[in-house]
Structures are given as structure tokens and as C-alpha cells.
Design a protein around this ligand. Structure first.
Ligand code: ARG
Length: 564
């Protein structure tokens, strides 16, 4: 496309001695492959009517031999129809193992933070989108020349440790913990909270004071408290790692809130001295942000001296500045925290941080109720657990492939493909609708639809080996729209990375797959009366399509199954 703009630019220069940037649009296919309104833009400067200018340009462009047809329409639109063979040549010229990669990022450093779940609770769908979007953003930035550092900002601080130990001693056992791990911790937590509430209603405080005692012990590094904390943390972290492994996501670091809390307290003390932070009458500490247009100050220390979420985030920002020197930090966190991040980023500005801090938020995951209404996804037991969702998806994948023989590994790829892709079907800010049938629809805008297109093209390729000695001149007319689509890919990736919007890649892959399916309906690739030359040319193109489908899916964290 860039090439075509350039050729038109050169023609304008030659005829009118003007430097004019050329915008191309895609007209209805009956008019041509591209159109430009450059003649209208030039009219004033050239001092001629646009129709005349367009006709002169059309004649000039035809002399390049690139176009099958250049026509003028209406007041001066120029429609261009390319020779498919030239497009194929262009694709060949652009092609390499790195097709789709760019160096836009120029080695700049991006920190991408995801999925940042909270410890000691089973991993729920609440952290599905942060993980998927974060991973895709990491891949997009990497492929466009950024150096990416990924960090899982674990919610491991202020976790109600006292409640767990008290509850564990009263309601649980080592055996139960060994058996059910984090699910037992989750259960104990809920049961203990309930008991605490009931106790309070009775006007007692026996359990409540045990909770306090354990917290104080932990603060004082008591060895027994430390042993409990280590044990619960390990169970929790192992669980998080398991789930992330199933989701095929990982991070370079996992520096959680607990790591930053002590640092945060020191920084707050420092900010008090310099007057950036202010102590309230009740001894809590705030950073006023009204000078940054935000009326609500950020609370950075509780009145009892305890660190808060914001205290740890403050330390996190400074730690990353000092250790990683990022040009951009992307926080992949749900939309609920939008206001908080506005405050946090304003505070960073106030501290003189110049780095671009970006809250990459997304809508909720909705489900459809039986009466047709939509609501935030939940289950009878409350939140939907990630492991349950993955198990269900694998069962569903089994149903979808029916009795075809598909390996367990491939089933997992299909299950994950369906779940992940559903995250990318719309602009990330929109709520997505989770519906088992549509996310697995083999004929719709779904992961499995695209995986299937890839599997099918791979099957053609493995059944029909490429034989370069049989290749020859070929016109590529039947393949023209496929080639045009492939030529778009690098620009699609570039824009998706620029806007941190993996959805753009997902849409593109869907369009390419649809184009491919349309093509199969009309054109036999390797069967019937296909000549050896046709067959080789078509297989060559199929190879490129296979590459782009796999590459695009991998940017979304999705793999291509061997069969399905
Ligand atoms: N653990 C938090 C949550 O689940 C998300 C952490 C987001 N990152 C941050 N730097 N505050 O809500």
C-alpha cells in the first residue's frame, strides 16, 4: 500500500511539481482495489479542475505498467485496479521470516504488568482479561521492536493473614490443606469471616483478638507466624503458577505488594519531609492532587501507620524507574480501578516522573441469563473459578471435535483458543459476552474458526509438498484479494501495537480466514484440473497464509492445533 501511495506521489511530483501525501481508500471491488481523492486536493494549487487533473494522473499512472486499469469517477476520484501478478511480486518482495515485525519501538523499554491476582484466593475469571490482554500486549510490543519487561504485581499484602491462621487452627487441618490447597484456604477464609461476624453480634471478641495476635506476631517476625505465612504463600503461589501455566502466560518478575510495602513506608516518610504529603489530624497521610485537577487526595498511609495499596504502588513506580528505566509502563487492570490509576498517575507526575504510565483497562465479562438479560459473569457459588472454566472449556472442545481423533494437547489448544479469542472480539473497553456456543462456533468470529482455517491450510500443505522445479509464470487473478489481505498484515500489527489493541489482530485474522474460505469455494488449490504451475503458485501462497495465521494467533497467545 505504501508502495502504491509512493508511485502516485511520484506521478504528482512529475506532472505538477508538488509534494503531496497520498491517502488511499478501498472502494467497492467493482470500481477497483484502491481509490484516491488527491485530484480534488490538488485542484486549488494546480489551478485546474479536479476532473482534468485526475485524467492526467490516470494516464501517467497507466504508463507504470503496475495497473490493470486506472479510471476517473465523479468529480475527480481516481480508481486503481492492480495487476494481481504485480501484487504477488510485491508480496514476495516484502516477504521474510519476520513478516509482520517492525522496529517501531526502536528498542525502547516497556514494562507490562499482568495478571496481578490476589493471593490465598483461588484464581477467578476476574483475572482472565488482565492475563490475556497483558500477554497479547507484551507480544505486540515485542514484535514491533520494544524491549519488554513483564511483571506480575501479586496482591500479597495486607492479605488477612490473621484470619487464615485463626481459621486454619479452628476449622481446618494439615490434611485438608494438603488435599484442597488454595480452595481450602478460600473456604476457611469465608467460614472464619462468618464466625467473626456472628461473634460480634453476640458481643464477644475471642476470635477477633486471636486474629489481631497473629498479625502482631507476623509483624514481629515470630517464627511460628512466619512458618504459617510461608506455607500459605507457597500453596497460593503454586496455584497461581499452575493456572498461569494452563493459560500459557508467564512473566519475567513477580514483585508483589508485600515486596514494596516497606519501601513504600520509607518513601511516604520522605514525602512528608518535603511537604508533598500531608499528615491529617488522625495521623493518616495523604498526597493532595488538586493541583493536578483531582479533588480527592490519595491516601498513602493509614492512621495506624499501615501501608495501603497506594503506598505499595508508589514504591513500585519508583523501583521500576530506578531499576528498569522504562519508557512506558502498561498496567493491565480492570475498569473498576480507573479512578485510582488517574490518582496514582497524577501523584507520579507530582513526583516528577516523566515515564508514560498507561492504565490498560477493559470491560467486564458478561454472561447471558436464561431470561435473555446480561449480567457480570458469576456462578451459583459466587465467582467463576479459572480452573473450572478451563475444565469446562476442555470438555466443550471435546464435544466440538466430536469423534474426530484429536490429541489431548490439541484439545487444550482449542479450549484455550476459544476462551482467549473471546477476549479480543471487540475493542477491549467493551464488556464481552461469554457464551459457550459462540466462543466455539466453527462458523463465527471465534478462535476455533481461525484455528480451523489454519489447520485446513496446513493439511493442504502437508498433503501437497512444494516442488519448486514445477513452478512457472502465473497470473494470480483468482488470489488477488487474498494477496491484498496478506499485504495488509504488517500495518495491522503496527496499529494494534500502537494502540495496544489486540482486537485489531483478531479482526484481521477473521477477515483473512473468511477470505480464504471464500477462495476455496471457487478455486481448487491442489485438486481436479489444476495444472502443476497453478498448483505450485497456489501452494506458495498457502504457505504464506499459514504463516500469517499462526503468527497472528501467537500474538494473541493462541496456538494452532495439529488437527481438530
Ligand atoms: N491485585 C490487584 C487486583 O486484583 C491488581 C493490581 C494491579 N496493579 C497495580 N499496580 N495496582 O485488583
Amino acid at each position: 500500500m505504501d508502495k502504491i501511495s509512493l508511485i502516485i506521489k511520484q506521478a504528482v511530483k512529475k506532472l505538477f511539481e508538488l509534494d503531496q501525501d497520498i491517502q488511499l481508500s478501498r472502494p467497492d471491488a467493482q470500481f477497483g482495489d484502491f481509490a484516491t481523492n488527491v485530484a480534488m486536493k490538488l485542484a486549488k494549487e494546480v489551478g485546474a479542475n479536479p476532473r482534468q487533473i485526475a485524467e492526467q494522473l490516470a494516464a501517467e499512472l497507466m504508463t507504470t505498467g503496475l495497473f490493470a486499469e486506472v479510471t476517473v469517477a465523479g468529480p475527480g476520484f481516481i480508481n486503481l485496479r492492480l495487476l494481481a501478478q504485480n501484487l504477488a511480486g510485491q508480496l514476495q518482495a516484502d516477504w521474510s521470516d519476520a513478516f509482520g515485525q517492525t522496529s517501531d519501538g526502536d528498542g525502547k523499554i516497556a514494562v507490562v504488568e499482568y495478571p496481578s491476582p490476589n493471593m490465598a484466593k483461588p484464581y477467578s475469571v476476574g483475572h482472565l482479561r488482565p492475563g490475556n490482554q497483558g500477554w497479547a500486549v507484551k507480544r505486540l510490543l515485542e514484535t514491533t521492536g520494544w524491549k519488554v519487561i513483564t511483571d506480575d504485581h501479586l496482591g500479597d499484602y495486607g492479605a488477612p493473614f490473621g484470619i487464615w491462621v485463626t481459621g486454619f487452627l479452628k476449622f481446618s487441618s494439615d490434611a485438608a490443606l494438603d488435599k484442597d490447597g488454595v480452595y481450602e484456604l478460600g473456604r476457611v477464609y469465608i467460614q472464619t469471616k462468618k464466625a467473626l461476624k456472628e461473634e460480634k453480634e453476640r458481643g464477644e471478641d475471642d476470635l477477633a483478638s486471636q486474629v489481631q495476635d497473629w498479625l502482631i506476631k507476623l509483624e514481629a517476625s515470630d517464627s511460628q507466624a512466619k512458618a504459617f505465612s510461608d506455607k500459605f504463600n507457597k500453596i497460593s503461589l503454586d496455584h497461581i503458577h499452575n493456572v498461569m501455566a494452563r493459560m500459557k502466560i508467564s512473566t519475567d518478575y513477580e514483585l508483589g505488594e508485600a515486596f514494596f510495602a516497606p519501601m513504600g513506608k520509607d518513601i511516604v516518610a520522605e514525602l512528608l519531609k518535603t511537604g508533598v504529603a500531608i499528615k491529617n489530624d488522625d495521623n493518616s497521610i495523604i498526597v493532595p492532587l488538586d493541583d493536578y485537577g483531582i479533588e480527592v487526595p490519595l491516601l498513602v498511609q493509614k492512621s495506624n501507620g499501615a501501608a495501603l495499596y497506594a503506598t505499595t504502588d508508589l514504591a513500585t513506580i519508583l523501583y521500576r524507574e530506578q531499576n528498569w528505566h522504562p519508557d512506558k509502563v502498561v498496567y493491565c487492570v480492570g475498569s473498576e480501578q480507573q479512578f485510582y490509576f488517574t490518582q496514582l498517575f497524577a501523584m507520579a507526575k507530582k513526583l516528577g516522573i516523566k515515564t508514560e504510565l498507561y492504565h490498560l483497562w477493559f470491560g467486564f465479562i458478561d454472561q447471558l441469563n436464561e431470561d435473555g438479560t446480561r449480567e457480570k459473569m458469576s456462578s451459583r457459588k459466587g465467582v467463576v473459578l479459572m480452573e473450572e472454566l478451563l475444565d469446562q472449556a476442555e470438555a466443550k472442545a471435546r464435544e466440538v471435535v466430536k469423534d474426530r481423533s484429536v490429541s489431548d494437547e490439541d484439545l487444550k489448544k482449542i479450549a484455550l483458543g476459544a476462551i482467549k479469542f473471546s477476549d479480543f472480539v471487540a475493542d477491549r473497553r467493551t464488556n464481552i459476552l461469554f457464551n459457550w456456543d459462540s466462543i466455539f462456533a466453527l462458523s463465527g468470529f471465534s478462535g476455533p474458526y481461525i484455528q480451523y482455517a489454519a489447520v485446513r491450510v496446513n493439511k493442504i500443505l502437508s498433503d501437497n509438498p512444494i516442488q519448486p522445479e514445477l513452478a512457472g509464470e502465473y497470473d494470480y487473478e483468482a488470489e488477488k484479494s487474498l494477496i491484498l489481505k496478506l499485504l495488509e498484515y504488517p500495518e495491522v500489527v503496527r496499529l494494534a501495537a500502537r494502540d495496544l489493541e489486540p482486537h485489531k489482530v483478531a479482526s484481521y485474522l477473521y477477515e483473512l480466514s473468511r477470505e480464504l474460505n471464500r477462495y476455496y469455494e471457487q478455486t481448487p488449490v491442489a485438486t481436479g484440473s489444476v495444472s502443476p504451475v497453478q498448483k505450485q503458485a497456489r501452494l506458495g501462497l498457502m504457505q504464506k497464509i499459514s504463516f500469517v495465521l499462526a503468527n497472528g494467533l501467537s500474538l494473541l497467545g493462541i496456538e494452532v492445533p495439529g488437527s481438530m
